[in-house]
Each structure stands twice: as structure tokens, then as C-alpha cells.
Design a protein around this ligand. Structure first.
Ligand code: 2NL
Length: 366
């Protein structure tokens, strides 16, 4: 091969330099490298040709071709570094994550806890802190557990058809009722367990009543303590601690007024201090207004006897309150009937997020 037979190295260098500059990505650049410097690349072929040249020819062709190869390798490295940097910049741009965006809700998190369930969870937590356990019982009760054991005399108005939902009379003349309070659960607890007893009984109750402030099914929670020395001082302390924790105030005045229930003696109704001077708003633990929230008393000796306890050995106290009512008071829900209409728009407004416990026990709400 003669020197004259060498192709135009300058033209080849311009062509390859342009191809390197034009390569759009690393794969394109690699193709250019293989075409020039691969086993059968144009520059590699020129290098192979050096062996067949005379020593003179090699003296000029050798440095020229080797120089071309070195400059190409340099250009390839520089372009590769540029393409890598551009690819990284592009990824950083397109894969940018805004960590300040709010977390998207999953369908499961869209569900809401009904205010009644929420309030039952709250009061369960508060009474659990005071050593109470939760007892439940059937919604359909017999006459003994719903009335007789609780010292309701025959012919008491609460036993009348008019107020109570009865199931059809059975062959033996007895008839079951939808429980009118949760007291039968405490009766069952006293019959099944030995004192000391500390229970709360939340649940559904039924009365034939329906207007602005009454629904045929409603919710009650009752509490019962049976022990040798259980007294009204204990009852007052427990109710006070409950009201402070439930309504999230440091102090609340309470008023105990004499009342009557067949199952307690003495019996009392309890009002709590509040401020109703702002229209549509109630504040607890301040103000000069009173709001009735529960009934209570010392368990009647007849009830203790009916439940297998000796009134000379044991005494106890009990209370009962409407869950629906205290839920409305705490969370400012004006209409009782909305509780039972299963309207998801109402629930998404008034409902609670799962695992959110706005109580003293579970952490204060905002
Ligand atoms: C109210 C009043 C009350 C009770 C419920 C009770 C239960 C047993 C024995 C004695 Cl087993 N008492 N429960 C006591 C006093 C009042 O409820 O106004 N509830 C909404």
C-alpha cells in the first residue's frame, strides 16, 4: 500500500466527529464507536493496513492514523459524559417528587366511623381507664331481665303495649320484648359474676316513640358498680371524671337533683354546667346554664335480691345516659334523626376517620 492509497483522513475525521456530535443518546454513540473503532471499524481497518506498509510509509501514516484514533476516543468519551449528564438531568426533571403534596386517600380511608360508634369508643376508653369492663347482651329480652328483676311492679306504665315493642305472645302466655334500656345486661352480669363488679353496658335500646327528639331505636350506656363499700361519693367522682374527659374540659360543675326510678333508691338526675348564651353553640365547664345528661342512684335492695346478691352484704350504684344525646351535644349535630338515615353525605361531614380518637384518653382533638 502506498501513502497515496490512504483515504482522506481529514474528511474521515470530519465525518466521524460530526457523527459523534450528532449521536442522540449513548446507544447511538456506541454505534458510531463500533463503526469507527470496532473490530471491523473504518479506523481499525486503517490501523491493520499499517503492517503491510513500508517503513517509510509507516513513518507518516502511523502517527496520522494513531492520532486520529486517539482524538476519536477522546471525542467519544467527552460526548458520552455529556449524554450521561443530560440523561440524568432529564430523569431528575421528570421523576421529581413533591414531598409536600398531601397523602392521597385510599378507598378504605374514605370510610367514616359513625358518630355513635365514635362516642361508644370514647366512653369505653374513659371508663376503661377507671377499671370498668364492657358487657353486652341480647337486644331481644324476656320480661324478667327487662322489667321484673329491675323492680318494675306489674302494671307499671313502662310495661304497657303503648311504650314497648313486644314480640308475639308465646303459647305459655309469655312474650319477649325489645329491651327498653340496657339494664338487663347489668342484671345478667350480677347473676353471672361475683362482686366486685365494675361494668359499662353500651348498646341499642327500643321504645315506641318517634318525633323530633325520639327515635324508636336509640342508644344507651349504663354503668354499674357493686362492692361492699360502694357509695354515692364514688358515683359522683366517677361521673365528674367522665364528664371532664368526655367534654374535654378541666373542670365541670354538676348538679344532682332528686328523682325516681324503680331500680334505684335514692335516685337522682344529673345536670352539668354549660354556657348556651351563644346561639347554636354549647360550651361545657363554663357559664350559668344547666343541661340534664343522665340519671343515677344507689341500686335498689330489691334489685340486688332479684340478682342473687345479699343487700346486707353488698351495695352498689348505677347510672344511665343516652349516647345519641351526648354525641349531639359534644359534636354539635342538631338533628337526631340524621343519625339513622344512612346518608353518606351526612356521614362524610359528621363521621370520623378510623383510628382518630379525639378524647383525653386518645389525644386531644384540634
Ligand atoms: C336514664 C336513667 C338509669 C340505671 C339507669 C340501673 C341498672 C341496674 C340497677 C339499677 Cl341493673 N340501675 N340503671 C340507674 C339509674 C338511672 O338511667 O335517664 N337513662 C337514660
Amino acid at each position: 500500500m502506498s501513502v497515496a492509497a490512504l483515504p482522506d483522513l481529514d474528511a474521515l475525521e470530519r465525518e466521524l466527529s460530526a457523527a459523534i456530535a450528532d449521536a442522540a443518546d449513548e446507544a447511538g454513540l456506541e454505534a458510531v464507536r463500533i463503526a469507527a473503532l470496532g473490530k471491523k471499524g473504518s479506523v481499525s481497518e486503517l490501523l491493520k493496513g499499517l503492517g503491510a506498509m513500508s517503513a517509510d510509509e509507516r513513518k507518516t501514516a502511523g502517527p496520522a492514523i494513531n492520532g486520529l484514533r486517539d482524538r476519536l476516543n477522546e471525542a467519544l468519551s467527552a460526548r458520552r459524559a455529556d449524554l450521561k449528564a443530560a440523561a440524568l438531568a432529564q430523569r431528575l426533571e421528570t421523576e421529581r417528587v413533591d414531598v409536600t403534596l398531601p397523602v392521597r386517600e385510599t378507598p378504605a380511608e374514605l370510610g367514616r366511623v359513625h358518630p355513635i360508634s365514635q362516642v361508644i369508643d370514647e366512653l369505653t376508653a374513659i371508663f376503661a381507664d377507671m377499671g370498668f369492663s364492657v358487657a353486652e347482651g341480647p337486644d331481644i329480652e324476656d320480661d324478667f331481665h327487662n322489667f321484673t328483676a329491675l323492680n318494675f311492679p306489674e302494671g307499671h306504665p313502662a310495661r304497657e303495649m303503648h311504650d314497648t315493642f313486644y314480640l308475639p305472645t308465646k303459647e305459655d302466655g309469655s312474650r319477649l320484648v325489645l329491651r327498653t334500656h340496657t339494664s338487663p345486661v347489668q342484671v345478667r352480669t350480677m347473676l353471672a359474676k361475683k362482686p366486685p363488679i365494675r361494668v359499662i353496658c353500651p348498646g341499642r335500646t327500643y321504645r315506641s316513640d318517634s318525633d323530633q327528639t325520639h327515635t324508636p331505636m336509640f342508644h344507651q350506656v349504663e354503668g354499674l358498680v357493686i362492692d361492699k363499700g360502694a357509695n354515692l361519693g364514688h358515683l359522683k367522682w366517677i361521673l365528674e371524671e367522665f364528664c371532664k374527659a368526655f367534654f374535654e374540659v378541666d373542670n365541670v360543675k354538676m348538679r344532682f337533683r332528686p328523682s325516681f326510678f324503680p331500680f334505684t333508691e335514692p335516685s337522682m338526675e344529673v345536670d352539668i354546667q354549660c354556657d348556651r348564651s351563644r346561639p347554636g353553640e354549647i360550651r361545657f365547664g363554663e357559664g350559668n346554664d344547666w343541661l340534664e345528661i343522665l340519671g343515677c342512684g344507689m341500686v335498689h335492695p330489691n334489685v340486688l335480691k332479684n340478682c342473687g346478691l345479699d343487700p346486707d352484704e353488698y351495695q352498689g350504684f348505677a347510672w344511665g345516659m343516652g349516647i345519641d344525646r351526648i354525641a349531639m351535644l359534644k359534636y354539635g349535630m342538631p338533628d337526631l334523626r340524621a343519625f339513622f338515615e344512612a346518608d353518606v353525605r351526612w356521614l362524610s361531614h359528621y363521621g370520623f376517620r378510623p383510628l382518630d380518637f379525639p378524647t383525653l384518653a386518645g389525644g386531644l382533638s384540634a
